[in-house]
Design a protein around this ligand. Structure first.
Ligand code: ZN
Length: 267
């Protein structure tokens, strides 16, 4: 679907009916602008209540291999936020974390300016463990469509960026762009310490431009216990929905968690 057609559908309010909140869909092309530093403001969330602290029970030891959900029973929900095409949206997520205690994981596409622009604001939250970082490659290449050495360099370049700027490399967790990986990709990733491809159970469907109403619909469908949810820091809709997302999380007695809050990485 081209962008004009998509916008026409959005204007008609039919995109939700057309697309549905489909499960475990891929991670479509980033359509957000890479943006710049100027002109954006970080919104306030004065009415958002504090979210509960993460569970304090024992963590689950996992093995190398793909995960699509949190193992076991419980009330955790791992929101994972990808890409970072729009610096204003990354900034809003950081503010959301500060204001509400929300815990989540950014899968960083390292070439976007957002991660340098917001490094100083983000670093303390990474250090405290409230926000976790994972590897989402250097520039969002489809790792199954390039050579093994090119795939390796996609992950390695992002790894170096994360290490230099945030003191962590995101391992063992990585998210293959578009959700596309195979045996070769997994082997190359594992050689760099990324032994756990992180897929997802449900999507906020906001890799590109969608309506706020549709985003909330997707949250209502997918915010469930022990799920991994994918969202994107690419377009502003989500930044207008934080209060409603908090309401859904509280109504359902869910705890927002990072992967490290509930999982022990493979030994
Ligand atoms: Zn992505």
């Amino acid at each position: 679907m081209d962008r004009r057609r998509l916008l026409t559908l959005l204007a008609g309010g039919t995109v939700a009916a057309l697309a549905g909140c489909t499960r475990a869909q891929g991670d479509p092309l980033d359509t957000g602008s890479t943006g710049g530093d100027g002109g954006f403001t970080v919104p306030n969330f004065p009415t958002a209540p504090r979210l509960p602290a993460p569970p304090t029970g024992p963590k689950t030891q996992i093995s190398p291999g793909t995960i699509t959900a949190l193992p076991g029973t419980g009330t955790s929900m791992a929101l994972t936020v990808d890409d970072g095409a729009d610096p204003a949206v990354v900034g809003a997520y950081i503010k959301f974390a500060r204001d509400t205690g929300a815990r989540f994981t950014f899968f960083v596409t390292a070439y976007y300016d957002s991660w340098s622009i917001h490094r100083d604001a983000l670093r303390p939250l990474v250090d405290s463990g409230q926000i976790q970082l994972g590897n989402h490659t250097w520039d969002h290449a489809d790792l199954t469509a390039i050579s093994a050495s090119a795939a390796s360099s996609q992950l390695e370049r992002a790894k170096t960026f994360l290490r230099n700027n945030f003191g962590v490399d995101g391992g063992p967790y990585y998210r293959p762009p578009f959700g596309r990986h195979n045996g070769t990709v997994d082997r190359v990733a594992a050689d760099l310490g990324y032994t756990v491809p992180v897929m997802w159970y449900g999507s906020l469907s906001d890799s590109g431009v969608i309506t706020e109403q549709y985003l909330i619909e997707c949250a209502r469908q997918y915010f469930n216990p022990q799920t991994i949810i994918i969202g994107h820091a690419n377009a502003p809709a989500v930044t207008h929905c934080y209060d409603q997302l908090v309401d859904i999380i509280r109504e359902r007695n869910l705890s927002m968690v990072t992967l490290n809050d509930v999982l022990l990485p493979p030994r």
